[in-house]
Design a protein around this ligand. Structure first.
Ligand code: THU
Length: 130
């Protein structure tokens, strides 16, 4: 299964009764394995989690810690970029030159680099003197 197929498939399982906005995310790790996740909303709205966070949790639970490629898909008119928090979460595990493909269910795709999604990212090197 390709990264796009995995993201499209997991999106179907998204639990989004409040926004009705289903999102699927799939990540590839160095082993070649694909980890996928979908958004999971909650009646207490801030407790919901994004698709990217779910995919990262699956990757970490499986014992991998590096993202080599990512794909995010939603039923939006234009490819929807990850929220600010998810950009930071992706940057924790992906180098700046890693490609994140943003897609719509209609087939529009935009490829971006992690460094473009989060320019000036806060990283470990900023804590070196602490
Ligand atoms: N959402 C994601 O899962 N990922 C994104 O990149 C953008 C937003 C979810 C969160 C919420 O469940 C719904 O989309 C509407 O914001």
């Amino acid at each position: 299964m390709s990264l796009s197929e995995a993201a499209r498939a997991v999106r179907e399982n998204a639990y989004a009764p409040y926004s009705n906005f289903k999102v699927g995310a799939a990540l590839r790790a160095p082993s070649g394995a694909i980890y996928s996740g979908c958004n999971v909303e909650n009646v207490a709205y801030p407790e919901g989690t994004c698709a990217e966070a779910g995919a990262i949790a699956a990757m970490i639970a499986a014992g991998e810690t590096e993202i080599t490629e990512a794909y995010v898909i939603a039923g939006s008119p234009a490819p929807v970029p990850p929220c600010g928090g998810c950009r930071q979460k992706l940057a924790e595990f992906a180098k700046g030159d890693v490609t994140v493909t943003l897609a719509t269910t209609e087939g529009i795709e935009t490829a971006m680099k992690v460094s473009d999604l989060l320019p000036g990212a806060f990283g470990r090197d900023h804590m070196e003197n602490s």
